[in-house]
Design a protein around this ligand. Structure first.
Ligand code: URA
Length: 216
């Protein structure tokens, strides 16, 4: 695996229980549990990413004395692609509680030949120049919506560091993201083998947006 990619679930941890539940066709029918599990995965990946950030020394004063600790130099900007990204994003905010946030709406526009292209409809973004940006997208299938969002964002500014986070990625999607966002570090829960003709990840977990919020 490319050194820019960390597959957190490769090292057995409680994250695997959470991803198992999201994949399981029976357990995933419980929408509240599915959303909570997306959020819990976001929290775990946020913690893993936090190990890569810059820290500075600060002195804390307790009721009994003082101690030097290493605290994050700055909060990141967390950027999500609507809609499945919302509970995953919330998990990142549990950890990075003072982060700035950006939202992008992208959708699959079906063309005449039953192919699709990604279209971007809406964005609400804070300043990203010289900051650490975490692009969060639960399902990195083709990677095309992520790369397209990244291109749009570069028109607004240049982040100093870019992280990409996903619950499940396809091998093809990861390669596409690495090729098109070469300075990104990628953290995912799991990497799956295949994509269907409609670009769903196999075995994946299905449509994360529908499972979290109901069918469109
Ligand atoms: N989006 C999903 O929700 N699931 C996939 O498998 C691919 C994209």
């Amino acid at each position: 695996m490319d050194t820019r990619v960390t597959v957190v679930g490769n090292r057995p941890s409680y994250l695997n229980q959470i991803i198992f539940e999201m994949r399981d066709r029976k357990v995933q029918q419980d929408r509240m549990r599915f959303r909570r599990n997306l959020s819990r995965t976001g929290q775990i990946l946020a913690y893993e990413i936090s190990k890569e950030l810059e820290y500075e020394s600060r002195t804390v004063t307790t009721p009994l004395g003082e101690l030097d600790m290493h605290l994050p130099e700055a909060q990141p900007v967390i950027v999500s692609i609507l809609r499945a990204g919302l509970p995953f994003h919330q998990g990142f905010l549990e950890l990075f509680d003072e982060a700035d946030n950006g939202f992008i709406a992208a959708y699959r526009h079906i063309t005449k030949g039953n192919e699709f292209e990604i279209r971007i409809e809406y964005q609400a973004m804070p300043e990203i120049t010289n900051r650490t940006m975490i692009l969060v997208d639960p399902m990195i299938a083709t990677g095309k919506s992520l790369v397209m969002c990244h291109r749009q964002l570069l028109e607004r500014g240049r982040p100093e560091r870019i992280f990409v986070a996903g619950v499940v990625a396809s091998e093809e999607g990861l390669e596409y993201v690495l090729r098109n966002i070469p300075n990104a570090r990628i953290f995912v829960g799991s990497v799956d083998r295949e994509l269907t003709a409609k670009s769903y990840i196999v075995p994946g977990l299905g449509d994360a947006g529908d499972l979290a919020f109901g069918p469109k």
